[in-house]
Design a protein around this ligand. Sequence first.
Ligand SMILES: Cc1cc2nc3c(=O)[nH]c(=O)nc-3n(C[C@H](O)[C@H](O)[C@H](O)COP(=O)(O)OP(=O)(O)OC[C@H]3O[C@@H](n4cnc5c(N)ncnc54)[C@H](O)[C@@H]3O)c2cc1C
Length: 312
Amino acid sequence: MTRSLVVAEIIDGALSPLTAEAVSAAAGLGDEVVVAVAGSDAAALADQVALAGVTEIVTVTVPGNDRDHDQMMQVVEALVAEVAPQVVLAPFTIRSTAWAAAVAERLDLAYTPDVVALGASGEGLSAERSIYDGRVRAQYSFPSDRPVLALVRAGAWTPAEPGGAPATRALDVAPTPSRVRLGEVRRPAGGVDLTTSDVILAVGRGVGGEENIAAFADIAERMGAALAASRPVVDAGWLPAVHQVGQTGVTVKPKVYIALGISGALHHLAGMQTSKTIVAVNTNADAPIFGYADVGAVADIHEVAEQLKALL
Ligand SMILES: Cc1cc2nc3c(=O)[nH]c(=O)nc-3n(C[C@H](O)[C@H](O)[C@H](O)COP(=O)(O)OP(=O)(O)OC[C@H]3O[C@@H](n4cnc5c(N)ncnc54)[C@H](O)[C@@H]3O)c2cc1C
C-alpha cells in the first residue's frame, strides 16, 4: 500500500485545476491519498479537493501570500512529518519548483520534477520523465528506503473527478517569518489562459508575419478557441509570451489542438502532444507534426484560413 501526500497548488487564493491531475496520479499509486491545502483561507478550499480517490484532507492555515516559497517549504516539511507519506506529489509549476528541491534536500527525499508516468510496486516507485529537451524518455527507479517527492507535468494525467467524502482535519503549522520579499508583475489585461481552453488554434512561423496574426485571431474567436503560438512567433514579437506553447511556454491538453504552420519541433511537442485530438496543417508533407497529428492536411494555412472564414 502506498500513502501519497498531494500538495495542492493555490494561486491567488484559488485552487489550481492542476491539483486534480496530481490527485489522479496519486490515486493510481495506492489507496491512501492525503491532500494538503495550505493558504490564508485553506479551510474554505477543502471541499474542492474532495476528489475521487482522496482519503483525507489536511488544511494548513498560513498567513500571507501563496507565492511565498519560504513559508511553503516549512509547511510541506511539517506535512511530511505529520503524514509520513511514501510519495509526495505536486503539480510541476514555477511555484512548486521554488520549494520542492529544497524540501527534498532538507528531508533527504528522492526528487524528480516533470514526471509523466508513475508506478508503484513492492520494490519502490518508478517514474518516467522527458529529458534532453524532450529527446529522451528517462525511467527512474526509487528504492523504497526513503520517500520520493515528484512533480507531475500538467496534462499527463486526467484530472480526478469530484467524489467521495474524505475526512478533513486542520494541522497547525507556525512558519517562522519569511525571508522572502515578494514583488508583483501583473500580466496585461486580456491575457489568455491556455491551460483551461478546450480548443486551441496555434500558429507557427508559417503564419508569415505579424500582419497575418489578426486573421487567425479572428478565426480562433469565431471558433471559440484560444489563440496559441510557437516560440518563433513570440520571439518575433508577433504575439505576447502568454500565448506560447511548449517547453519554455505553457503545457496544454485541450480536446482539440489545431497546429497551423508549425513544424512539430520537440520543444513545441513537449507542451501539446498529449492533446486529445491534434489537427495539423503544413505545406511540407514531411513536417514532424504529421507524425503526431490525428488529422492532417498538406496545405497553405492562408488558403485554409479563407475556407474556414467562409464556414464560420
Ligand atoms: C531550449 C529551447 C526551448 C524552446 N522552447 C520552445 C517552446 O516552448 N515552444 C516552441 O514552440 N518552441 C520552442 N523552442 C523552439 C523550437 O525548437 C522550434 O524552433 C520551434 O518550435 C519551431 O517553431 P515553428 O514550428 O513555428 O517554426 P518552424 O520550425 O520554422 O516551422 C514552420 C513550419 O511552417 C510551415 N509553413 C511555412 N509556411 C506555411 C504555410 N503558408 N502554410 C502551411 N505551413 C507553412 C513550414 O513547412 C514549417 O514546417 C525552443 C528551443 C530551445 C532551444
